[in-house]
Design a protein around this ligand. Structure first.
Ligand code: ZN
Length: 83
């Protein structure tokens, strides 16, 4: 489903995302959004946490400073640390 609205960009380059769009995306104040430029189109997506080492979004095990490590990568790190 396509919905659009025109908003004015402020002097710092910010726009307000309409509240019903935020509700539909389930994003709240402080949530991270991914900003992507594809050709001449700006895409905003709810940011999904991924492993900082392999990029996987599943089985995230460890979080620190809003960065995640998945179970597989954590296991690899711990195995190498024991050597
Ligand atoms: Zn990983």
């Amino acid at each position: 489903m396509k919905e659009n609205i025109t908003r004015k960009l402020d002097e710092l380059g910010r726009i307000v995302i309409p509240s019903d769009f935020r509700k539909k995306l389930d994003v709240k104040t402080g949530d991270r959004l991914r900003v992507e430029l594809v050709d001449n189109t700006l895409i905003l997506q709810k940011s999904i946490p991924t492993c900082v080492l392999c990029g996987k979004a599943e089985d995230l095990n460890y979080e620190s400073h809003n960065k995640y490590i998945c179970e597989d990568c954590l296991e690899t790190i711990l195995m190498n640390a024991k050597k």
